[in-house]
Design a protein around this ligand. Sequence first.
Ligand code: FES
Length: 113
Amino acid sequence: MAQTQPQEQPQKQPQEQPQERCVMVCQHTSCQRNGSAEVLKQFQNQNIPGVTITASGCMGQCSTGPTVRVTPDEIWYYRVLPPDIPQIVQQHLIEGEPVQNKLHPRIHQRISY
Ligand code: FES
């Protein structure tokens, strides 16, 4: 009786899922003192398709809060106030272009000559 060779099965590749954007708004002490609860509330009041808004713990940028971090972009904003939110939502979260003047200077260092 002839033995059959096991057929090689093509390996299944994990399907790449587009990672959903997440806006993390720090709700720890220093950021809260500077109004991060209102910042979180205003982000949550926006209905942005494909974007999750969440509260976070301290992100280590306490002196320049309220701190907002957008993943998977890894864009960090500093001193975010409610008037900044419409521009961040429209320009970054909808059109994909981060708001330069709110980029955290320690994380997004710029070199000027
Ligand atoms: S308290 Fe918000 S970054 Fe530390």
